[in-house]
Each structure stands twice: as C-alpha cells, then as structure tokens.
Ligand binder design. Sequence first.
Ligand SMILES: [Zn+2]
Length: 268
Amino acid sequence: MNEPVFNEMPLTGVCAALCAMMDVPAPACAEAANPLLTALARGKKAQRVFMYHPDAVAMWLYQRYPLLFAPVLAHTQLCLPLRAVMPSVTPVCFGSMYTGAQPAVHGIEGYVKPVITIDTFFDALIRAGKKPAIVSTAGDSLSMIYLERRMDYWIHDTIEQCNETALALIRRNQHDFILLYNGDYDAQMHRDGPMSAAALERLRENGQTFGAMAEAIGRYWAGQNTLIGFATDHGCHEIDGAMGSHGLSMPQDLNIAHFYGFYPASGG
Ligand SMILES: [Zn+2]
C-alpha cells in the first residue's frame, strides 16, 4: 500500500457550492456542489462573499506548518481537503475553480491565460444582478482569464496595492463578491524552495493578510450573512537546487486545503 494518496473531493465542486450559498443558479458547466461547503451556511443565504486566493499553498504546508495558518484557523470553521486539476498550474486551476468545470471543458489546459469563453461563476452572478469584483496583480491569471465581463476589476502592480484596494472595498461594502489574489508565496517558493525561510515568511504574510481582511469584514459586513474563504489553486514541491515547482500529478501538487468561515448577520 505505497501508492500516493490523493484527496477525493474535487476543486471543481467549489463553484456550484458558492452559487448555492449565494442563491444563484450555477454556471452551465459546473460540476456538483461540494456538500460540506454548501452545508456551512445552514440554509442561510450568503449576502456577501470574500475569497482570498494565495497561490501554491499546498496542503502539506498546512500539515507541516499549522502555526503559520493561525489567523486562517481563527476566522474559519471548515477545512476542506480538495484535489486540484491537471496540469496543476495557476490558470488551469483557477479556471476550474470559477467555472466548476474540468480543464478540457473550460479550455485552459496549460500555462496560458486566455479569457475563458464558457459560462463562469462571474457570468452567473451578473445574470442574478450581483456585483462581483476581482482584485489582482497585473499579468497574473486571475487578472486575465475572467476579463470582458460587466464587472469591476482592480489590477495593480503590487500586492500591497491589491490588499489596500481590497480593504477599501470591504469598507465600502458595495460588492456582493470580492476576490483578492496574492501570488507572493508562489513566486518566492519557485526561487528559493517551498520550505525556505523567505517562502515561509510569504506564507506567514498570506495568513496575516487573510486575518486582517476577516477582521475588517467582521466590522464592516456585520449586517450581512457573510462567507469568507482562504482558497489556494494548487500545491507545490521541492526540486533539485533548492527551488520549487508544481504542475505534476503528485500529492504535493494536487492536494490542497481550503478554509471557509460563515458569519450570519448580527441582529441589530
Ligand atoms: Zn498557482
């Protein structure tokens, strides 16, 4: 019994679960909703959703360095072990996260970043009259593959600017759905290895950023039922030369853990 162990629940189940919680019909090609995520709302409707997307945060990082996830654990109630899609690279995985579809269906099957043309989560929200926003760094997948929709995009040069914008949008409380992308762990682990001091510092910052967002949400969105997620795209592994990589069909690259918290509106 030495075969690699892969998580069973697919990443593709997140899309329809978010839609079910927001009471919006899922996009056309979305696979079945993840039942554990859907159940987190206990039948209540999520009026506000904030999704934080750190890049390449493998499940084994959580297993090995749980203390770095302390702010994530403090603000969530559910940890979902999920299996990313192949090839386990950023545009392919985020393409599946917000279409609910396999790569062969959404059309991104390698490290390319075209605009996805099939029905997406964002199209589903817009049809339902919801207001989504994407906050991400220029050139990165989430800044590109969901363009050309009637929605708000904040594309910045730096992660700091992205995080400031996300906080400002949370304070303003005018969007039904906000997505924030932070790709710094991924970039650092490619250069120095996934367990290098520098990469682990980026991971610590990802957790702290999520914690700061969650606290702001607790303050400014208290009047609405709110779902927050710490949701990475794929994992990573160490390669020769103390560098990091991903993209393969191995547990280190495909097994990821998502964390979700649901907060019912506090009565006035
Ligand atoms: Zn990635």
